[in-house]
Design a protein around this ligand. Structure first.
Ligand code: DX5
Ligand code: ZN
Length: 219
């Protein structure tokens, strides 16, 4: 069943020189989750945030930390992010040889487990583990950078996942990440998504705009 929409600002678009304050600002502005994009310059061509930064940010918000790991191999880093204060840990099936084992590792650490599908990753990659997941994340851009254009072909995949989740009858979150703005947000929700990651669209205009930006994505 599609839940009321949750907005997850991606701090990739925040001011990295003031991350603690930025996390506080989006928390006060009505965000539901804090989305943390972890990149290793190997799985994706960019380098961002490690577990030490997540740990440092943890006291700055009471919201769940939605940690998106774009690293390979992924298993060796999962415990450090769990320890640092991640609430949901999402991994790409391509990031390790044993997706089911990785999901067990995440759940064994008491965290919510997510699986992320790149724009060209077949939906069948998630099908065998759907019942083990708390969240499915559909990438509507190729991972690595903020500010890219939404890939329309992902809408049909969101709709297919909505059906699969509803058929299973489990409360699995269906999240979308990349190029989400008020217009694409509406289409994602119509397709069945119930959680939206947004970097550019939330952080545009600075702290004074965050509440209105988040509200515009919800509307
Ligand atoms: C891309 C990241 C996204 C990205 C979204 O690899 O996973 O979370 O920051 O940024 P926008 O909203 O600017 O497309
Ligand atoms: Zn992300």
């Amino acid at each position: 069943m599609q839940k009321p929409v949750r907005i997850a600002p991606s701090i990739l678009s925040a001011d990295f020189a003031a991350l603690g304050r930025e996390v506080e600002a989006v928390t006060a502005a009505g965000a539901d989750w804090i989305h943390v994009d972890v990149m290793d310059n190997h799985f994706v061509p960019n380098l961002t945030i490690g577990p030490m930064v997540v740990k440092a940010l943890r006291p700055h918000s009471r919201l769940p930390f939605d940690v998106h790991l774009m690293v390979s191999p992924v298993d060796p880093l999962v415990p450090a992010f769990a320890e640092a204060g991640a609430d949901t840990i999402s991994v790409h099936p391509e990031a390790g040889p044993h997706l089911h084992r990785t999901l067990q590792l995440i759940k064994g650490l008491g965290k919510r487990a997510g699986c992320v599908l790149n724009p060209a990753t077949p939906l069948s990659a998630v099908e065998p583990v759907l019942g083990d997941l708390d969240l499915v994340l559909v990438m509507s851009v190729n991972p690595g950078f903020g500010g890219q254009a939404f890939i329309d072909s992902q809408l049909a995949r969101i709709a297919a996942l909505r059906k699969a989740i509803d058929a299973l009858g489990k409360p699995i979150d269906l999240e979308v990440d990349g190029g989400v703005n008020p217009e694409t947000a509406r289409r994602c929700r119509a397709a069945g998504a119930d959680a939206l990651v947004a970097g550019t669209a939330v952080f545009a205009g600075g702290p004074g705009k965050y509440a209105a930006n988040i509200e515009a994505l919800r509307a």
